[in-house]
Design a protein around this ligand. Structure first.
Ligand SMILES: Cc1cc2nc3c(=O)[nH]c(=O)nc-3n(C[C@H](O)[C@H](O)[C@H](O)COP(=O)(O)OP(=O)(O)OC[C@H]3O[C@@H](n4cnc5c(N)ncnc54)[C@H](O)[C@@H]3O)c2cc1C
Length: 477
């Protein structure tokens, strides 16, 4: 069989330094090697998947390394690291075991972010030191059986009964539900704080009377991470449990969700990294048609595309994590593209492993099962695309591919006028284009920052790939 492939070209390894904020790179670099070693020596992802839990000694080891306090303030026993560093560490763990990364990432992100950002001094003193040491774990509960993507439909209610607060309702799909001792819970709170339809966040302890933690869900992936329902049967709460301003929980949620989905997006880069590394190994030893797979021209192209996609999503999550004032909208592209593209990378990894990819033993099947949920949780991707479309109307995207998106916005405005705000199909398309513009900006910034020919080649390859995604959306090339 004729094949025109030259020997495989060396590929740039992801650089941690990409867009690192001052002061965080050193700390992360010092942690990466010991953590990598710990993950390899002590974490067995397939065994965890089989037993559907993480062994206590693994969680204890992470606690000893201080990882449960990474993003928590130094004043309360944490490390005081920012989102870039926190996400980078979650990505390292995700290379080995996505369930472990999810357990820790949820604690550092959604689980504790509300307390760190909106907690009173008393609340922080009461909980943060134990959360930072890992003595207790945190979870975040907003999804309900009838309120998933539509968080305005919450039924879990916080009401005032004879001068005391009572919490009643149900939450589902709570990550860390079975492990946590502290839950940040979103509620509808009609009448409280003078707001007829407000939402309010509350801190609920596992031991509060009336709290019932459900059984572990049986899941497709992330099987070693805990996911449960929570029932609140008239849980009596003092006013000191209210987190943030009464009636304004929905606004607080926006920040917490943006932070949490960025940590999760970093995890996607870890999964993609693991898939690519395994595939490069496999393709360098598997011989078909008298050559190793990585000498076949088509396979080389596929490997190069995987590398370019990984380069782009690593750039994107770090771009999102380094400017908190823009986190709410930058995190949208980071979450959506990191989950979509890591899913594509894992799928190509499975394909290139052939039949072996379908067998659990190689670990690729586990990566694929674990990756699938990332397109759904922390905001379903199609919902976030619509959100990004709305942001694009007031904040035109930046960078080299922004013109295509600006043109599409202009055309949509001319065609629909104010009806555009309610046209979710158009907003979804605009959001998708804006996210590609975001990814182009981030990839080029990373290439500039790294300044190597390899990085520039990967950015250029990503730009070519992203044009084909844009063409599928009906944009100009
Ligand atoms: C393993 C796991 C862990 C989770 N962890 C947590 C957690 O810790 N805390 C928590 O609160 N929640 C958690 N969730 C819940 C998760 O965030 C929700 O599942 C997710 O937000 C989607 O909500 P839903 O499942 O109700 O889907 P629905 O809202 O019913 O949506 C179903 C699908 O419809 C489409 N869709 C819906 N609305 C729109 C729209 N407006 N535009 C376009 N498409 C749309 C999307 O494709 C979406 O995937 C977890 C879920 C799982 C499975």
């Amino acid at each position: 069989m004729l094949d025109t492939a030259a020997p495989p070209a060396p590929v740039a390894r992801p650089s941690l330094a990409a867009l690192a904020p001052p002061g965080e790179l050193d700390v992360v670099e010092a942690l990466v090697d010991p953590l990598d070693r710990f993950c390899r020596d002590r974490i067995d992802p397939r065994e965890n998947d089989r037993r559907k839990s993480i062994p206590a000694d693994v969680l204890d080891g992470l606690k000893e390394m201080g990882l449960f306090g990474l993003s928590l303030p130094e004043s309360h026993g944490g490390c005081g690291l920012g989102l870039w560093a926190t996400g980078s560490i979650a990505a390292v763990i995700a290379r080995r075991d996505r369930s472990v990364a999810t357990t820790l990432g949820l604690h550092l992100g959604l689980g504790t972010r509300g307390l760190v950002r909106y907690g009173s001094a008393d609340q922080q003193d009461r909980y943060l030191p134990r959360l930072a040491s890992g003595e207790i774990l945190a979870a975040f509960a907003t999804t309900e059986p009838a309120a998933g993507s539509d968080l305005s439909a919450l039924r879990c209610t916080l009401s005032e009964v004879e001068g005391a607060l009572a919490l009643r309702g149900q939450k589902c799909f709570v990550t860390n539900g079975g492990l946590a001792s502290l839950y940040t819970v979103s509620t509808r709170s009609p009448g409280l704080g003078g707001m007829r339809k407000g939402q309010t966040l509350v801190l609920v302890e596992r031991g509060d009377a009336g709290v019932c933690v459900g059984a572990e869900e049986d899941k497709l992936g992330l099987r070693a991470s805990s996911t449960t329902m929570l029932d609140f049967d008239d849980v009596a709460l003092g006013a000191e449990r209210i987190l943030g301003p009464v009636g304004q929980g929905a606004a607080c949620l926006q920040h917490i969700l943006a932070y949490g989905r960025t940590v999760m997006a970093f995890g996607c880069t870890g999964t993609a990294h693991a898939a690519l590394a395994a595939t490069r190994n496999h393709c360098s030893v598997r011989v078909q048609f008298g050559r190793t797979l990585d000498q076949l021209a088509v396979v080389r192209e596929q490997l190069a595309d995987m590398e370019a996609k990984l380069f782009a999503i690593e750039a994107l999550v770090r771009w999102a994590a380094t400017d908190e004032s823009k986190l709410e909208w930058r995190s949208l592209a980071a979450k959506v593209l990191a989950s979509d593209l890591s899913g594509e990378i894992v799928d190509t990894a499975l394909q290139l492993h052939g039949g072996y990819g379908f067998i659990e033993e190689t670990g690729i099947a586990l990566l694929a099962r674990d990756a699938r949920i990332t397109r759904i949780f922390e905001g379903a991707n199609d919902v976030l695309r619509v959100h990004r479309g709305l942001f694009a109307l007031t904040q035109a995207p930046e960078g080299p591919q922004a013109a295509r998106c600006r043109d599409a916005i202009g055309e949509a405005r001319a065609r629909l006028g104010t009806r555009l705000l309610g046209d979710h199909v158009t907003l979804h398309r605009l959001g998708s284009l804006a996210m590609l513009a975001d990814a182009a900006t981030a990839a080029l910034q990373r290439a500039d920052h790294e300044g190597t020919p390899e990085a520039r080649a990967l950015a250029a390859r990503w730009l070519r790939l992203s044009m084909s995604y844009a063409l599928c959306l009906g944009g100009e090339s």
